[in-house]
Design a protein around this ligand. Structure first.
Ligand SMILES: [Zn+2]
Length: 439
């Protein structure tokens, strides 16, 4: 027995001399995988191809063991599913969600080139190092090592790299479609780690997000005769305040938020304001105010949408009662039969998740984190991840983890630390090893 090397011994450590060159290739493509349609449409295949260069030599087609599937729902925009088959049917562990697109970066506002990897001591700098090409590289290196060493495992190890995560304006290209098409069906038999978080600790809660927009319609008129106008800007301000106050009454802080380590309760706030434009001496007849709701996972997105719609309906039915601003400001013109009104619309919402901290997936992640990092301090954020709540509702053991840095997510001067990624590699090795001991 003593002479058989352990799984952890076989997997060893993340090799810098292998990790850096691959990461460097991926960051070199970051410019072409920026996601901000319609201007910037990512070509995730550029990342897929580098990953395939590393893994194809170990594919079944080339006499190896990896089952590799590329799934494209749009030209040049692939997703990649890689499986290392285990010996026990149905036993599986999956690492999914690391995405191959990035948020845009502006060279002019960075201190270094966002689109080419630079190294400063332990820091690996460039767009996508933290979010999420650093993880794509990490998992590719892990798969390569498993395949290269022909590691004997009872569990199948499945990795899914996804397209179109940072912006879902063009739907049907990324992970939701993979799920709809059954590519997750066999992953229910074991823990599913969503690898797109940060700070090397279990991220046990994420937020939901609900984009909303409220258009207000009044009546445009000369600012010298405000009695004949309905001021759409004032209406927006006076309508939004009771809507926000109602929101905070109906979706107050939940005691579980502090257990999960959320820094804020659910919030609703405006972030953008626009109106058609006009002279300083014209009272505007239209405006739009927009923002989002960030919802902790203890509330349902659909309840929020229904409530906000109801607040708006109530304001429209009773717009004469809305508090206004001074003796002439008002929201109806009875003699002309005109009423100010507000129309609320919602963008595509995402639901948050509260991970099950009593599940096998959490237990072994927690053990592995303790072993490698030395302490376990789970946290939550009201950032959002796609699909995770739906997977959990369907009975998947979803846990989220990542080895980048929260402070550099979506920020200028993004970087990650090689030492954190190396820890991530060891945590994953430990997770795989622990799962082998579980029947
Ligand atoms: Zn991400």
């Amino acid at each position: 027995m003593g002479s058989v090397p352990s799984i952890k011994d076989v997997l060893g450590e993340l090799k810098k001399e292998s990790y850096i060159p691959l990461l460097s290739k991926l960051i070199g493509e970051a410019e072409f995988v920026q996601n901000n349609p319609p201007d910037l449409i990512p070509e995730e295949d550029k990342i897929v191809n580098h990953v395939l260069d590393v893994l194809n030599p170990f594919s079944i087609d080339n006499g190896g063991s990896l089952i590799i599937k590329q799934v494209n729902y749009a030209d040049k925009r692939g997703n990649l599913i890689i499986e290392y088959p285990g010996t026990v049917s149905g036993k599986v562990i999956s690492f999914v969600g690391s995405h191959m697109d990035v948020v845009p970066a502006n060279r002019d506002t960075w201190e270094f080139d966002p689109f080419s990897l630079s190294i400063d001591g332990d820091k690996l700098r460039g767009r996508g190092t933290t979010d999420c090409l650093g993880h794509v590289t990490l998992l590719t290196e892990l798969l390569k090592k498993i395949a290269e060493t022909k590691l004997k495992l009872k569990s199948s190890v499945v990795v899914i790299f996804i397209a179109s995560e940072e912006n879902n304006l063009i739907p049907g290209i990324g992970v939701e479609q993979l799920y709809a098409d059954g590519y997750f069906n066999h992953l229910k038999g074991g823990p599913l780690y969503w690898v797109d978080a940060a700070d090397s600790q279990p991220c046990i809660g994420t937020g939901g997000s609900i984009p909303w927009s409220i258009k207000t319609t009044g009546k445009l008129f000369h600012s010298g005769m405000p009695n004949k106008a309905i001021n759409a800007l004032e209406l927006a301000m006076d309508a939004l305040k009771p809507i926000q106050l109602n929101f905070y009454e109906d979706f107050p802080a939940d005691s579980r938020e502090s257990d999960y380590g959320f820094e804020t309760p659910s919030t609703m706030k405006p972030t953008q304001w626009s109106y058609p434009g006009g002279g300083l001496n014209q009272i505007p007849g239209e405006s739009t105010i927009a923002g989002d709701v960030r919802l902790t996972p203890f509330y349902e997105v659909k309840d929020v949408v229904a409530k906000i719609q109801a607040y708006a309906d109530d304001i429209n039915a009773n717009v004469e009662d809305l508090e206004s601003r001074g003796p002439v400001s008002k929201y109806t013109l009875p003699e002309e039969g005109i009423r100010g009104r507000i129309d609320v619309t919602f963008g595509e919402p995402i639901s948050g998740i509260a991970c099950d901290v009593h599940s096998l997936g959490f237990q072994i992640l927690s053990n592995a984190t303790m072993e490698v990092i030395g302490y376990v301090k789970p946290f939550s954020i009201t950032g959002s991840l796609p699909l995770v709540r739906e997977l959990q509702n369907e009975g998947y053991d979803v846990q989220t983890i990542g080895y980048g840095l929260t402070d550099t997510y979506h920020a200028d001067n993004e970087y990650c630390n090689f030492s954190d990624m190396a820890n991530g590699y060891k945590v994953f090795a430990s997770i795989i090893s622990q799962l082998e001991e579980v029947c």
